[in-house]
Design a binder for this molecule. Sequence first.
Ligand code: PNS
Length: 212
Amino acid sequence: MKHPAGFHRTATVENFSSVPRPNRADRNPSCRPLVSARIEALPPKPPNVIAIYPGSFDPITNGHLDLIQRGSRLFDRLIVSILRNESKQPLFSVEERTEMLCEVVQDYPNVQVDSFNGLLVDHAAAHSATVLLRGIRAISDYEFELQMALMNRRLRPGVETIFMMSNEAYSFISSRLVKEVFGLGGSITGLVPATVEARLHRRLSQLQTKGA
Ligand code: PNS
């Protein structure tokens, strides 16, 4: 078989990794850079990659938990961080959400739970974290997530946002919908961890007692 000039053999799908590169002398001269290309220099990879998984987690769902499991396999340490947001009226306090999260991450030794005020990137820096982990469920999440990721990158270029998809079985779940369905008497079994479901039942009866 005749090979093109400068190539020694033809690549097939099977031996793709052995695709031969043209000999230096045979490279297209018009592709040689006139000025060496430069991109923004970023800090090198740290020896231990620490990631922050931030959110409201009011309450944690099985979609969040699925992402925590996936993240725990990718990063040396994963810190699930609850935003302390005074302006929101959460169903569960930050302390209750911390307890719920701690209960469900016990199986993952490299996962910790924390909370934060202020800028997420400052919280990441305080933990020497270089990754922000966020879940993307549908294309509708993308616009807001992109804005946040680019703003966070502008604030701290060394912190990378990584988007992950949870198992498709959980891709429609949100804390807001779980609370709405539960409040209206629908079943949320399988959408949140069993301990969270039990807490929702307790919270509902507390609210009903208060309201009575
Ligand atoms: O679970 P949520 O409510 O979608 O999480 C949103 C969260 C906590 C990730 C976001 O509100 C946040 O990072 N808040 C911290 C304030 C901040 O850093 N803002 C500027 C980044 S765009």
